[in-house]
Design a protein around this ligand. Sequence first.
Ligand code: SF4
Length: 115
Amino acid sequence: MERKLTCIICPRGCRLTVSGEGDSLTVTGHACPRGQVYAINECTNPVRTITSIVRVENREDTMVSVKTAAPVPKDRIFEIMGLIRSTTVTAPVKIGDVIIDNVYGTQVVATKNID
Ligand code: SF4
């Protein structure tokens, strides 16, 4: 197996090549160790942090920005986005408030204060 990726850890955007199978993956093209870790994770257990918005029920035309507190499995993003879309909150909301608990081992938390 050979797979080409662009590292998204920093703006340099190194072009990575991952070759091998199973536990024997080799990464080339990385300018630092973070790229190697990213490439192996991307090929074995890809995850992403989700950012989105949730409607505030008691504030007309108001949304609160949210994100997952930790990265979640990439293949669950659409499912989690559906959960976020179907959620509403009531103000006040503070940064760090848990909006949705138990989402693939983490939480969806507020990233904005709504008085
Ligand atoms: S490999 Fe290192 S230097 Fe290259 S894009 Fe990734 S984090 Fe940045």
